[in-house]
Ligand binder design. Sequence first.
Ligand code: ADP
Length: 173
Amino acid sequence: MRIVMVEIIKDDITTLKVDAIVNAANHTLLGGGGVDGAIHRAAGPRLRAECAMVGGCPTGSAKLTEGYDLPARFVVHAVGPVWRGGDEGEDELLASCYRKAMQLAEEHRIDSIAFSCISTGAYGFPFERACGIALSEIFRALDEGSRVKQVYCVCFSDDDFEIYDRILSTFGQ
Ligand code: ADP
């Protein structure tokens, strides 16, 4: 039996030595605040140069770049939805970010991947709801035979960590 680890951790995602970290980017991919800004600062100017060549990304999708000065080899830039009350397809757009990121992991033979909590900062997506969507999509991809062996869901605060860990336990983990 193949054992895949899904772990909730509290950390600065820019410090993680994994195959890929998943950025909560905006559609320009040219950097912003929050985790996006931290990733661009830590990766150095070559990341922005590659992102500029990529030419943007629609909401609900993701693009992969090198990690440059980061300990992670790749960055998956996922563009989550801005929360507008829940009736504008936000759940499906967020789910689609996680699906696309897991798909890119598959295509690039990634063993370990660390997700930031996409859309839950400046974009205002309710945190618990986002955790449930994230875990549903991650487990779906793993159940469908993804080659990924280690998934980290990275929280930036103690409160977020406690909530996310509790939601993981409802998934039978
Ligand atoms: P969005 O615009 O998609 O909401 P944010 O960057 O504002 O993206 O927030 C996404 C999540 O990333 C939030 O939960 C925030 O606490 C978290 N975050 C911010 N900086 C870091 C970091 N260095 N490492 C991990 N998570 C971070």
